[in-house]
Design a protein around this ligand. Structure first.
Ligand code: SPD
Length: 362
């Protein structure tokens, strides 16, 4: 299971054989979210050159897409964002005749995704996952005692507990649409609420722990947890397992674990979609169809530790990964999950305003 994920936030281009230069697909995906071998294999098999660029939040992706003429052919919005972006007409319907591997998708999971994209007309599930807490067990034990169990969001949302970790470093995701639902849920409020009285409470909670948050980032925590620079991060499930893997590979005595807290973790689906103004829609469909191949999508799960939605892929997924509830949530963990909320423009503005206050600590 030891491997190094090398795809960071930098843009990179993988050049295929000379004959591949005529056709191109421009892919914009989350950082640390693909096996590099996949791109080379796709190029070799199809002769289509891949130009690959990465982001680490839905907010960044949405800003580019709404501005128009992004130049991207395949993008990977989270289903909640896809829903509101569909209302803006920025995706083209998928031509299923060009997706012969579509039938591999798990009907139950696709039915869930259809809540965001009726009839799954515009997008296929790429990978999915949860938001929870990544942590360094030894550093937590040193500060909170050997019997302390990481099973509650109080680790990062209770100022008294969080303060005891300030010297070893806490990081939060740099996204209001990720952090507010978690804070609201911890307070026992509806995670999708943007009612001012609820938002005020969530904002007060986040501000109360703001002094002990070392930084806000949705990607940097992978390397910082892995090398022991920080001891707690609120982040995405697979990223924590990548951090654990990197820590093991470095062999410097750092361990990283992941917990979905008992108050609930957030569940989401990331979707493969084609912007309406994509310059190369045929190549985009070829790329998406390649990703729907059981062996190919299993390779992503094996490499980045996020579950896929491809029924036939299980045969190709490492059995240790399939059995790991941190990756494929078991029935007990699933009971703790709530779906990431969809916010409309008004809700989004409220979140962004509050987020600015929190980040500046006001
Ligand atoms: N490094 C890959 C992270 C993927 C996260 N995707 C979506 C999160 C939505 N909550």
């Amino acid at each position: 299971m030891l491997r190094e994920v090398t795809l960071g936030l930098a843009m990179f281009v993988v050049i295929g054989p000379a004959s591949a230069q005529d056709r191109t697909v421009n892919v914009y995906n989350w950082s640390d979210y693909i096996s590099p071998e996949t791109i080379a294999a796709f190029e070799a098999e199809t002769g289509i050159r891949v130009v690959y660029d990465v982001y680490d939040s839905n907010e960044v992706l949405e800003a580019k897409l709404l501005a128009g003429f992004s130049g991207y052919d395949v993008v990977v919005p989270t289903s909640t964002y896809l829903k509101r972006q569909l209302a803006a007409g920025i995706y083209m319907p998928l031509d299923r005749d060009q997706l012969p591997n579509w039938h591999n998708l798990d009907p139950d999971l696709m039915a869930r995704a259809a809540a965001y994209d009726p009839d799954n007309a515009h997008a296929a599930i790429y990978l999915w996952g949860t938001n929870g807490i990544g942590y360094n067990p030894a550093k937590i034990a040193e500060r909170l005692g050997p019997d302390f169990v990481v099973d509650s969001w109080s680790l990062v949302f209770d100022p008294e507990i969080a303060a005891q970790l300030s010297d070893c470093g806490i990081s939060f995701l740099d996204s209001p649409s990720e952090m507010f639902p978690l804070a609201l849920n911890y307070l026992g409020l509806p995670p999708d609420s943007v009612a001012s009285e609820d938002m005020e409470q969530a904002e007060a909670l986040l501000l109360s722990v703001r002094p002990v948050v070392r930084y806000f980032s949705s990607s940097q925590y992978i390397s910082d947890l892995a090398n022991g620079e920080t001891c707690v991060a609120v982040g995405f499930s697979g990223d924590m397992l990548i951090a654990a893997d990197r820590a093991k590979a470095a062999d410097r005595g750092v361990d990283v674990a992941y917990a979905v807290p008992k108050e609930g973790g957030m569940l989401w689906f990331d979707m493969l979609a084609i912007p309406s103004d994509a310059p190369n829609p045929d190549e985009a469909l070829a790329f998406i169809d390649y990703m729907l191949r059981p062996d190919v999508i299993a390779e992503q799960t094996n490499f980045v530790y996020y579950p896929n939605a491809n029924e036939a892929a299980d045969a190709f997924v490492d059995p240790e990964i399939l059995a790991d509830p941190a990756i494929y949530p078991d029935a007990k963990t699933r009971e703790l999950l709530f779906a990431q909320p969809v916010h409309d423009a008004r809700g989004d503005r409220a979140l962004t305003r509050a987020w600015t206050q929190i980040k500046t600590g006001q």
